[in-house]
Write a protein that binds this ligand. Structure first.
Ligand SMILES: [Fe+2]
Length: 231
């Protein structure tokens, strides 16, 4: 089966629609969401609704809980866009899930608030902590949050990042992870593919430029144009 795992849409509708077109080519059996549908960009109701209508498994990210739970006063712009029903959904998303694929037990989460921010170059000790929990040991960790896709192995197992659909850093395209294989304990082949999808970054920037109330608007525009973190 084909499972696409994606995250960090962050209110970027052109990037989300480009990924949607890619998914129509890939034809996955399931699409799983690993957090941060909202925040940063200008089209939050749209990206939240896209997740809810396309994803069969949904986990929360730090922005989903922060906005949904009204944790920060400066997020009023996002509250007004989303309204109470969506915010309630965001704030109640589960933090973790697990799945066994091809005989490997994978732990899935967004990143924060479950762990500190984990990046590809962080030390193996920090990254390795994610494999060992009160629910036992995992042979793989799949997460998001750092906005950079990667597939690598550690002594503990595979560590895989979905990258970001709407706010990629490094390479400013929309990213997601395609996993191909069979669910279950039987050892079997697996394939991990990074989906790398170009989108109209200038059109996404223009939507933000037309919205003077978007918090940290210049930083957001710079990030989607350059792929450089700007706050
Ligand atoms: Fe994020």
């Amino acid at each position: 089966m084909k499972i696409v795992m994606l995250a960090d849409l962050h209110g970027n509708l052109p990037a989300t629609l480009a990924m949607d077109a890619m998914l129509q080519q890939v034809q996955p059996d399931e699409v799983w969401f690993l957090g941060d549908a909202v925040g940063k960009g200008p089209s939050n109701a749209e990206t939240c609704d896209w997740v809810r209508s396309h994803c069969t498994l949904c986990l929360g990210g730090n922005w989903d809980y922060g906005i949904g739970g009204k944790e920060f006063a400066e997020d009023g712009y996002f509250w007004a866009q989303l309204g109470p029903e969506r915010m309630d959904w965001l704030k109640n998303l589960p933090r973790e899930a697990e799945v066994t694929l091809g005989g490997i037990r994978f732990r899935l989460f967004h990143g924060r608030p479950v762990t500190p921010l984990m990046r590809v170059n962080d030390d193996k000790e920090l990254l390795g902590q994610a494999f060992h929990t009160g629910k036992g040991d995992f042979g793989g960790v799949i997460f998001a949050d750092s906005h950079r896709p990667f597939v690598r192995s550690l002594q503990d197992g595979y560590i895989i990042n979905t990258g970001s659909v709407g706010n990629s850093l490094g390479v400013n395209r929309a990213h997601a992870l395609l996993v191909e294989g069979e669910k279950g304990d039987t050892p079997a082949p697996l394939m991990f593919t990074i989906l790398s999808v170009p989108y109209d970054n200038q059109a996404a920037a223009d939507i933000a430029r037309q919205d003077e109330h978007l918090p940290h608007r210049d930083a957001y525009i710079n990030e989607i144009i350059t792929g450089k973190y700007s706050r």
